[in-house]
Design a protein. Structure first.
Length: 150
C-alpha cells in the first residue's frame, strides 16, 4: 500500500472502531438486562446487580471513548486527504512555474541571439566592406574600419 492509501486505511480502522463500540454497547446492555432479570432477591443479588450496573456504566464510558476515537480517525483521514490535495496543488504550481521560467529563458535567449546575430551580421558587413579593394571613392571611415580590423 502506498501513502495515498492512508485515508482508506484510517477509515477502515474507524469502521472497526464503530463495530467494536457497537458490540461493547450490546454487551453493556446485555449486562443490564441480566441484572434486571435476576429473579432472586437478597443482599448478594443486589450486590450482583450493582456490579453489573457499574460494569455496564464502565462499558458505556469505554464505548464513548471508542466512538471518539472513531470520529478522530475519520477526521484524520479527511485531513490527510486535504494534505495530499495541497501537496498535489503545490507540485502542479511548481511545475507551472518551472515551465513559465523555461519559457522566459527561451524568450530571453532568443532576444540575446537576435541582438547578437544582428551585431554579427553588421560586423561581417563592415569587414566585407573594409576588406574590399581600395579605390579613389573610398570614404574615410573605411580606412578607420580597416585600421580596427588590422
Amino acid at each position: 500500500m502506498s501513502d495515498r492509501d492512508l485515508p482508506l486505511r484510517l477509515e477502515a480502522l474507524a469502521d472497526e472502531m464503530a463495530d467494536v463500540a457497537a458490540r461493547a454497547r450490546a454487551v453493556g446492555q446485555e449486562l443490564l438486562r441480566a441484572g434486571e432479570q435476576t429473579p432472586w432477591a437478597s443482599v448478594a443479588a443486589d450486590s450482583f446487580r450493582e456490579d453489573l450496573a457499574r460494569t455496564a456504566a464502565d462499558t458505556e464510558r469505554t464505548v464513548s471513548l471508542v466512538r471518539a476515537l472513531e470520529t478522530d480517525l475519520r477526521t484524520q483521514a479527511q485531513e490527510v486527504r486535504e494534505t495530499f490535495a495541497l501537496i498535489d496543488a503545490a507540485r502542479e504550481w511548481v511545475a507551472e512555474q518551472a515551465e513559465s521560467a523555461r519559457g522566459l529563458l527561451r524568450r530571453a535567449w532568443d532576444g540575446v541571439v537576435d541582438v547578437l546575430t544582428g551585431d554579427v551580421d553588421r560586423a561581417r558587413w563592415v569587414i566585407d566592406v573594409a576588406g574590399a579593394g581600395r579605390d579613389d571613392l573610398d570614404p574615410g571611415w573605411l580606412d578607420a574600419a580597416r585600421a580596427l580590423r588590422d
